[in-house]
Design a protein around this ligand. Sequence first.
Ligand code: SF4
Length: 270
Amino acid sequence: MQLLPMHSGGYSLLSFQQWRLKKYSLQTTHQWSKMKFLPIENDQPNEKNTIVFKLHVHCKRGSPRITVKSDELKWLPNGSELIKESRKVASDSASKPETYTSFSCSQDTLPEFANNPIAPKYPDIIISKLGPGQEIELEAHAVKGMGKTHAKWSPVATAWYRMLPEVVLLEEVEDDLAEGLKSKCPVNVFDIEDLGKGKKRATVARPRACTLCRECIRDEEWEKRVAIHRVKDHFIFTIESTGALPPEVLFTEAVKILEDKCERVITELS
Ligand code: SF4
């Protein structure tokens, strides 16, 4: 559950950036029936730093097994509904019972979420399967955090970059040589252009697909016909998002952070 991406419009989520379901200790008896909070760090959980979901599913005795999916998570805009154990005993009937959050207003009145209720981004992510007589009842608190504190808050799954490959034909490669060159490349960088009258010429059709494997210039004679380079100031990033933010937003946010860091270094040095 910790990695379920939430939906409420990518950009409104930027202000509530990198929410992740906070970890709970589930007392897993034979069935997941009880749960208890781990203490929430530092800040008191409030409407600005915490989003609360409730999930309550019961598979009745004698019924077939059921699959619990992410659409069963219901947003609680007023915060936690669980009353703290210690307060249950101490509180008198007149005072408001203390829960695990202290919301001063309902989150559905906040401009970010007024017309954009928070819900799991994908409704069909399987959370668990329940057998007859089993039940899950839980409250899940999504808290704001940063990837540098813990990877669970990172909105990026896998990210890597490579330099732009450059493939240049140093001379005309024609006819059988063109066919030979085309068949050498495992990722189809080259194509054949029909010149008419039975003449053919090799072209570099998909240079970005080049993996720089050097297969096409393995034979010495081909080194004078084909040149393979990396463009040293052109990077191609591949970013896989966990789903909370689209990859292009992740990239631009990362560039902004890098820019800030560079400015701080320049300020320190000047
Ligand atoms: S280096 Fe490899 S991938 Fe690139 S053009 Fe040559 S054969 Fe194709």
